[in-house]
Design a protein around this ligand. Structure first.
Ligand code: C2E
Ligand code: CA
Ligand code: CA
Ligand code: CA
Length: 282
C-alpha cells in the first residue's frame, strides 16, 4: 500500500505542482489587479415572470480580465481570494462599483420602480470588521436609490456564527438593505434560521430548476420551498431558467421572479442601459 501511495504521488505531482503554481501566481497578481482595474462586472437581469418579464434588478457577477489568461470566471479566483483574505478588498470594490453602475442604470430606467442592485457577499467578507461601514458608505455615496441594495449570502454565512450574523443582518436592515439567501437548498441552514434571521429573499438554486419539468421529486422540492417562502413572507427568485417550459411551470407554481439564460445572460452595464431604455424587458 505504501508503494502504491508513493507511486500515486509521483504520478500526480507534476499536475498538482502546476495547479499550486497557478494559484500562487493568481494570488500574487490579485493586489495589483485591483489597482490596475483588471476586475470587471457583468450584470444579469432579474425579471418578473408574472409581469411580462420586466427587469426588477441586476445581479453583479465579477470577472477578472487577466493579462495572459483572458477573462477568468469567478470560480477560478474567488476561493483563492477567500483563502488569502483578499476577498475583503475585492468584495469592497465589487460593492461600490455595482452600486454606482446600477445607480446609473436607475437614472436611465423608464420604469417607475428603480431596478435594484444585487451583490454576492462571501461569508468571510460579511464577518469582516469593516463590512458594515463599507455598506453604509456605499448607501450614502453611490447615488443608489434608497432600499435598492440587495446582498446575496449563502447558507454557510448563516451557520458559521449565527449570533454575530444576526446582529450584522439587523444593522443592514436598518440601513434599508435587503438580504437574499443564495443557492438556497444546497447548504445546511435549518428552517429555524429563516424564521429567526431578517431574511427577505430566497434564491432557489439552479440545481433544483434543472430537470424540474421531468423530475417530480425536484418539482416537489421547489413547491416546498415556495410554500415555506410564502408562509414566512419571503420573496423568491428562481435561478438558472433556460427553457420556456421551466418558466411556465414556475409561473403556474406562483413563483414571481427569475433569472436565467432564457431571459438574459450576464451583460455589461452599457447593455443593461440599452435594455432599460428600450422597454425594460430582455
Ligand atoms: P451564483 O451567485 O449562483 O450566480 C449564478 C451563476 O450562474 C453565474 O455564474 C451566472 O452567470 C450563471 N447563470 C445564470 N443563469 C444561468 C443559466 O440559465 N444557465 C447556466 N448554466 N448558468 C447560469 P458566474 O458569473 O460564473 O458566477 C459563479 C459564482 O461565482 C456565483 O454563483 C457566485 O457564487 C460567485 N460570484 C460571482 N461574482 C461574485 C462576487 O462579486 N463576489 C463573490 N463573493 N462571489 C461571486
Ligand atoms: Ca448569486
Ligand atoms: Ca446558484
Ligand atoms: Ca453562489
Amino acid at each position: 500500500a505504501k508503494a502504491a501511495g508513493k507511486h500515486r504521488w509521483h504520478r500526480y505531482q507534476p499536475r498538482l505542482h502546476t495547479r499550486m503554481k497557478e494559484r500562487h501566481e493568481l494570488q500574487s497578481a490579485m493586489d495589483t489587479a485591483i489597482a490596475e482595474n483588471q476586475f470587471t462586472l457583468r450584470y444579469q437581469p432579474v425579471v418578473d415572470i408574472t409581469d411580462g418579464e420586466a427587469v426588477v434588478g441586476f445581479e453583479a457577477l465579477v470577472r477578472w480580465s487577466h493579462l495572459r489568461h483572458g477573462l477568468l470566471p469567478p470560480q477560478q479566483f474567488i476561493s483563492i481570494a477567500e483563502e488569502t483574505g483578499q476577498i475583503n478588498m475585492l468584495g469592497a470594490w465589487v460593492l461600490s462599483q455595482a452600486a454606482s453602475d446600477v445607480a446609473g442604470l436607475q437614472r436611465v430606467s423608464a420604469s417607475p420602480s428603480s431596478p435594484y442592485a444585487s451583490v454576492n457577499v462571501s461569508a468571510l467578507q460579511f464577518r469582516d470588521q469593516g463590512f458594515l461601514h463599507k455598506v453604509g458608505d456605499v448607501m450614502e455615496n453611490s447615488g443608489l436609490a434608497p432600499g435598492s441594495l440587495q446582498l446575496e449570502l449563502t447558507e454557510t454565512a448563516l451557520v458559521t456564527d449565527p449570533a454575530q450574523t444576526r446582529s450584522v443582518m439587523r444593522q443592514l436592515r436598518d440601513m434599508g438593505v435587503r438580504i437574499a439567501i443564495d443557492d438556497f437548498g444546497t447548504g445546511f441552514a435549518s428552517l429555524r434560521y429563516l424564521r429567526e434571521f431578517p431574511v427577505d429573499v430566497l434564491k432557489i438554486d439552479k440545481s433544483f430548476i434543472d430537470g424540474i419539468t421531468e423530475d417530480s421529486k425536484k418539482l416537489g422540492l421547489v413547491e416546498g420551498i415556495l410554500r415555506i417562502a410564502d408562509t414566512l413572507g419571503l420573496q423568491v427568485i428562481a435561478e438558472g431558467i433556460e427553457s420556456t417550459a421551466q418558466r411556465d411551470l414556475l409561473t403556474d407554481l406562483g413563483c414571481r421572479c427569475a433569472q436565467g439564460y432564457l431571459f438574459a445572460r450576464p451583460m455589461t452595464v452599457e447593455q443593461g442601459g440599452h435594455l432599460l431604455s428600450r422597454n425594460g424587458t430582455p
